[in-house]
Design a protein around this ligand. Structure first.
Ligand SMILES: [Zn+2]
Length: 225
């Protein structure tokens, strides 16, 4: 539910119409011409990649990877975070369950953790307790990036990075840290060791339309050419 003033009512109406027009357009322009594809797709899924991305509306996994339905198993959350591994944990399980199911059940070949430019989740790490007062669940969720904030603040204190670069550095460091969380999942570690799983860290620059892939040896993000 959103606030409702008269102005909002009319813009909500436009948004509703836009969604229903979109459904009709999908049927006519996408589904009907590819009926056979969807008939096959409906029977089962065999995605090759688990995509862990941010919920941000501007980051659309299939669009930026040029993939079609059935290829990506997706979990999106604020800040593209990966919960700390804990076998008996009963927190953050929405994301942990997706990781578990994708790796153990669907046996994906790849995991991508994709961050992005101008990420509100990463920015929120620097907000005060007062600013987060009305967002208790968001605040709880941001605990998963506490190690990222610590690293970034240390680097700023040492003048390794400037305050102007804080956002980009946080977004990229966040990807690296979330991958380190993934590496602590015993079943993921095992598959990596056996060469049966690949993990990639990406940072997507929205304005440029570029994806930067983390190079583990160079310890930096390299633009995908
Ligand atoms: Zn984001």
């Amino acid at each position: 539910m959103k606030k409702t003033t008269n102005d909002d009512n009319s813009s909500q109406q436009i948004n509703y119409n836009r969604l229903f027009e979109g459904i009709r357009g999908f049927k006519a322009n996408e589904h009907i011409p590819k009926k056979e594809f969807f008939a096959q797709l409906g029977k089962h899924q065999n995605p090759h990649t688990l995509y862990i991305g941010c919920s941000d509306s501007r980051v659309v996994p299939n669009l930026v990877t040029g993939t079609i339905p059935g290829e990506l198993f997706v979990v999106r959350n604020i800040g593209n975070f990966v919960p700390f591994y804990d076998k008996n944990s009963d927190t953050f399980v929405a994301t942990s369950a997706v990781i578990e199911y994708a790796v153990k059940q669907l046996q994906v070949d790849n995991i991508v953790v994709c961050g992005h430019s101008n990420c509100g989740g990463c920015e929120a790490l620097y907000k005060s307790a007062k600013e987060m007062k009305d967002l208790p669940h968001t605040k709880k969720w941001l605990e998963l990036a506490a190690p990222v904030k610590k690293i970034v603040e240390e680097q700023i204190a040492k003048n390794v990075i400037s305050i102007e670069d804080r956002s980009t550095y946080t977004e990229q460091m966040n990807v690296v840290v979330q991958i380190s969380h993934l590496m602590k999942y015993p079943y993921i570690r095992k598959l990596l060791k056996q060469g049966e799983l690949t993990i990639m860290g990406w940072w997507y620059n929205i304005e440029e339309g570029e994806i930067y892939n983390y190079d583990d040896e160079l310890k930096r993000f390299i633009r995908v050419e």
